[in-house]
Design a protein around this ligand. Structure first.
Ligand code: GLC
Length: 452
């Protein structure tokens, strides 16, 4: 079931970017240059932290647990009654994110379970009514801002707790037959739920200062899409409260030019830079350490530091951003596996962030050498060669003759000498980098090429 929905999600994430362009409402008018300006920091920064935190941290076996195990509201209540993250110290989280080189953070203010991490006026299903008893978001926002990170909010369009969110095919409390479901839905009024979302988003966007990214999640248009959410109304409201905000593509407005800013391939790596109507579009892939987003104690499919660093590089080499997720425990901490991954990334980023920030896909004239990912900084005109497999002495750069002024290892700024090998007179020759025999002792070595 979960797989099917993940698939659907990927499809909606991508296909939504295609199709007809509906007319732009007057409040949404923006020139291409204005949009680029609005997204400038995001395109530059490339790397953010996603945080999935909610009641599901207690059962610690997937944030979709209510759905996966068909848990009723009554049976889920024990997690609410025991929610008390006594070790919560967002300053520590923020420090770790910063050290890992992340420049922004996106927090689940409310996930599909409906539990709110702030003191919302519009529900009792919120952190301030748990044993913990305090707003989690204000200290979070303050801590990350103090470390210089930008703040983003995730807000689930889906809500399995709200009494007026209608039963559908994924609702954990759904009656089993379509007839029973229709009957039960007679007492549910999505108008009320739509108003609830607007009220809550207004709270979130007026209480915590400037918010830079919004991750609305998610639509499944054959059951719930933009009409059910009043996506147009939501986007209009959000833009009126936070005009500079950057919004994802999951509100089912993919066929408009104004209802989304970037596409969101999830838990997979696109083969190439995603496009819409034939044009490359801004994209941010969100990825997990181990498969689930919420803290999952017994999950053993953790990615290695090497995989994660490579994932970041590959994303930037295709012009995208990476939003890498941590699922904090119910005590309010990052567990040792998450810390280990973040520390490994931090170690690499300390020496190599220059090949990530401000970088993008290299122009086509630079062919990608074997076993490498290329990134390119258009401002400094430097090319970064991420060498995944360290070759023996010679690294061939096909057709690079006349393009390079200087080459060095990024980790220690030590010169890499090179020579040219001509094939014939009509095409540029190859450049052969003379590598040291010993692979530099870093997760992924990078050679910086200063271009002519
Ligand atoms: C999916 C999942 C959700 C997760 C999200 C992250 O929509 O439903 O659990 O929050 O992807 O992108």
């Amino acid at each position: 079931m979960k797989k099917v929905f993940l698939f659907l999600l990927i499809i909606t994430g991508f296909s939504s970017a295609f199709g007809q362009t509906a007319e732009t409402p007057s409040w949404a008018k923006e020139t291409k240059e204005q949009k680029e300006k609005r997204m400038e920091w995001w395109t530059h920064d490339r790397f953010g932290m996603f945080i999935h935190w909610g009641l599901y941290a207690l059962p610690a076996r997937h944030e979709w647990i209510r759905h996966n195990e068909r848990i009723s509201d009554a049976d889920y209540q024990k997690y609410f009654d025991n929610f008390n993250p006594d070790l919560y110290n967002p300053k520590e989280w923020a420090k770790k994110a910063k050290e890992a080189g992340m420049k922004y953070v996106v927090l689940t203010t409310k996930h599909h379970e409906g539990f709110c991490l702030w003191d919302s006026k519009y529900t009792d299903y919120k952190v301030t009514n748990t044993p913990y008893g305090k707003d989690l978001i204000k200290p979070f926002v303050d801590a990350f801002r103090a470390e210089g990170l930008r703040i983003g909010f995730y807000y689930s369009l889906i809500d399995w707790h709200h009494p007026h969110f209608t039963y559908d095919g994924i609702h954990p409390g759904r009656p089993s037959t379509p007839e029973e479901r229709a009957k039960a839905n007679e007492n549910r009024d999505m108008n009320i739920y739509r108003k609830y979302m607007k009220d809550q988003l207004t709270e979130l966007f007026t209480r915590y200062g400037r918010i830079d990214e919004l991750f609305l999640d998610f639509s499944y248009p054959d059951e719930k899409g933009h009409k059910d959410w009043d996506s147009e109304g939501l986007i209009k409201l959000i833009r009126s409260l936070q005009p500079q905000i950057i919004i994802d593509d999951r509100a089912d407005l993919g066929n408009t030019e104004w209802g989304w800013d970037y596409v969101t391939p999830e838990q997979s790596m696109p083969r190439e830079w995603p496009t819409a109507n034939g044009k490359r579009v801004p994209w941010e892939t969100c990825q997990t350490f181990s498969g689930s987003w919420g803290y999952y104690r017994d999950e053993h499919s953790w990615k290695s530091i090497h995989q994660l660093v490579t994932m970041l590089i590959e994303t930037v080499s295709k012009g995208g951003n990476l939003l890498l997720n941590v699922g904090p425990t119910a005590r309010g901490t990052f567990d040792d596996r998450a810390n280990n991954r973040l520390e490994g990334i931090a170690e690499w980023m300390k020496l190599h962030s220059r090949s990530i920030y401000g970088c993008t896909q290299a122009p086509d004239e630079y062919k990608v050498p074997d076993n490498c990912f290329l990134t390119y900084n258009p401002k400094t005109k430097r090319l970064y060669l991420h060498v995944l497999e360290w070759p023996f002495l010679s690294l061939y750069l096909p057709g690079y003759e006349g393009k390079i002024k200087y080459a060095q290892l990024l980790n220690d700024a030590s010169e890499i000498r090179y020579r040219t090998q001509k094939h014939d007179d009509s095409t540029p020759g190859d450049v052969i980098l003379s590598l040291p025999t010993a692979r530099p002792n870093v997760e992924v070595p990078v050679i910086e090429l200063v271009l002519e």
